[in-house]
Design a protein around this ligand. Structure first.
Ligand code: FDA
Length: 400
C-alpha cells in the first residue's frame, strides 16, 4: 500500500467489535478512517461469542456490572451510548434478536449478523479496512502519527488502539496496546484471565468426579473485602466438570477470585433449609436432601458430611450444623484458572486513571485513544463486555 501522501483522521488498530464500531461511527461524521488488523479473518471474537449467537448487550448494563481500578470510569460512556441505542441499531437493520435471561440480548440467527452490520456500516461510511497487516511501530512526529507496518508507513492525526484482550490467543489476541502504553508511561494494570473456569486441587477434584456434568443453581460468594474489586455474589448455575468447576456462577466468581482464596456456595436458600428441617422427620439424610437437590449432589453431601446412614431427626446439634454448612456455605478451594485459552475476557489493561472517560483519550500520550477490552474495564457475564466495546467506541468516535 502506498499511503505516503494520505493523512488519515484516525488509524484504528484492531478490527474487532470496538474497532469496527468506532471506525463506522467516525465515518458517519465524515472522518477519513483506516482500520488495520493483523488477523487473516476479522471479527472472530464476535463470531464465536454467545455460543455463535452473540450476546451483544444487556438491557440493564450499568457501572455495577464492571470491574475497574476506577469504578466510575465507565459511567460517562455508558450514559452516552446505552444498550437501547445498540438495540435500536439492530432494529433499524432488521436483525432478529431475543432476550434470553435477565436482559441478555442474543441474535436469533447468528453472530454473523452483527459482524455484517458492522462491516456494512464501515462500507457505507467509506472506512478502509486492511488485513492481515502487521504493525511494527508507531511514532508521533510533528503532531502526526507514523504507523510502520509490514506493508509500508501510514500517517494519521490520531491513533486508536482497539486490539482487545488476551483470551483465545489463536484468533488474534495480542498485548500490543499494553506494551505501547507502557513504553510511553501510560501505566497498565496487570492482565489476568477472567470469566474463566476454575480447577480444583487433585484431592478435592477427585471427590467430585461423580458429579461431572451436573449443573445446579447456586448463590456463589467470591472475592476479598480488602482487595481492589471487593467481594461479590451471584445467583447463577454452577457446573461440575472433569477439570473442576465451571458454569455461569463460576465464570462470574472467577473475576473476583485470586489464587489462595476459596469460593463459597449455597446450594439451598435459608428458607429451603428451614423447610427441610421442619419436614425431614425420620427420613435418611440423603433421602431428604434428594427432595431439594439433584440425587448425585445429595449423595455427595451425605458422604462428605459422613451422615450417609443417619436419620435427620437423630442428628445432634454438631451434626446438623455440619449438614447446614455444607448446603448453605459449601467451601471450594480452587487452585488456578484454566487460563487464557478458556477465558472469555481480560481483567486489567490500560489504566483508566490516565484516560479521559468522556473520550477514551490517553491523558499522557497525545492524540491517542484506547477502546474496548484493552482498557482496564471488565464486564460481568451477560453482554456487558460488548456493551463496553460499543459505548467506549462511540464516545471515542465522537471526539476524533
Ligand atoms: P476484539 O477481540 O473483538 O477485537 C480485537 C481485534 O484486534 C481482533 O480482530 C484482533 O485480531 C486485533 N488485534 C489484536 N492485536 C493486534 C495487533 N497487534 N495488530 C493488529 N490487530 C490486532 N462478550 C459479550 O458481551 N457477550 C458474549 O456473548 C461474549 N461471548 C464471548 C465468548 C468467547 C468464547 C470469548 C472469548 C469472548 C466473549 N465475549 C463476549 C467477550 C467479547 O468477545 C469481547 O469483550 C469483545 O470482543 C471485545 O471487543 P474488542 O473490540 O475490544 O476486541
Amino acid at each position: 500500500m502506498d499511503d505516503s501522501n494520505t493523512l488519515w483522521d484516525a488509524v484504528v488498530i484492531g478490527a474487532g467489535a470496538a474497532g469496527l464500531f468506532c471506525a463506522g461511527q467516525a465515518g458517519l461524521r465524515q472522518k477519513k478512517i483506516l482500520v488495520l488488523d493483523h488477523a487473516k479473518k476479522i471479527g472472530e471474537k464476535i463470531r464465536i461469542s454467545g455460543g455463535g449467537f452473540c450476546n451483544f448487550t444487556n438491557r440493564y448494563s450499568s457501572a455495577q456490572h464492571f470491574l475497574s481500578r476506577n469504578p466510575h470510569f465507565v459511567k460517562s460512556a455508558l450514559a452516552r451510548y446505552r444498550p437501547s441505542d445498540f438495540e435500536g441499531w439492530l432494529q433499524h437493520n432488521h436483525i432478529a434478536y431475543h432476550e434470553k435471561h435477565r436482559g441478555q440480548l442474543f441474535c436469533d440467527r447468528s453472530a454473523q449478523d452483527v459482524i455484517n452490520m458492522l462491516l456494512q456500516l464501515c462500507q457505507q461510511t467509506s472506512v478502509t479496512i486492511r488485513f492481515p497487516v502487521t504493525v511494527h511501530d508507531c511514532q508521533l512526529i510533528d503532531k502526526v502519527w507514523h504507523i510502520y507496518t509490514n506493508q509500508g508507513v501510514v500517517n494519521s492525526l490520531t491513533l486508536v488502539w482497539a486490539t482487545g484482550g488476551l483470551p483465545v490467543p489463536k484468533i488474534g489476541a495480542s498485548d500490543k496496546a499494553l506494551q505501547f502504553a507502557q513504553q510511553r508511561d501510560h501505566s497498565v494494570i496487570l492482565p489476568r484471565p477472567a470469566l474463566v473456569p476454575l480447577s480444583l486441587t487433585e484431592k478435592e477434584e477427585s471427590s467430585f468426579t461423580q458429579l461431572s456434568g451436573l449443573s445446579v443453581p447456586v448463590v456463589i460468594h467470591s472475592g476479598n473485602k480488602g482487595e481492589h474489586y471487593g467481594q461479590a455474589h451471584f445467583d447463577e448455575d454452577l457446573l461440575f466438570t472433569h477439570r473442576g468447576l465451571s458454569g455461569p456462577a463460576i465464570l462470574q466468581a472467577s473475576s473476583y477470585w485470586r489464587e489462595g482464596e476459596s469460593v463459597s456456595v449455597a446450594f439451598l436458600s435459608s428458607s429451603q433449609w428451614q423447610e427441610m428441617d421442619n419436614s425431614a422427620g425420620g427420613k435418611l439424610v440423603e433421602n431428604i436432601l434428594t427432595l431439594f437437590l439433584p440425587q448425585r449432589l445429595a449423595k455427595h453431601i451425605a458422604q462428605v458430611t459422613a451422615l450417609e446412614q443417619r436419620r435427620f431427626a437423630e442428628l445432634n446439634r454438631t451434626e446438623k450444623e455440619r449438614l447446614k454448612n455444607s448446603v448453605l456455605n459449601y467451601v471450594f478451594h480452587p487452585d488456578k484458572t484454566l487460563g487464557w485459552n478458556k477465558a472469555e475476557v481480560m481483567l486489567g489493561g490500560v489504566d483508566t486513571n490516565l484516560m479521559d472517560s468522556r473520550t477514551m483519550a490517553s491523558t499522557v500520550i497525545p492524540q491517542c485513544y484506547f477502546i474496548g477490552e484493552c482498557v482496564d474495564v471488565t464486564g460481568h457475564l451477560g453482554g456487558h463486555n460488548f456493551q463496553w466495546a460499543w459505548s467506549s467506541a462511540y464516545v471515542c468516535a465522537q471526539s476524533l
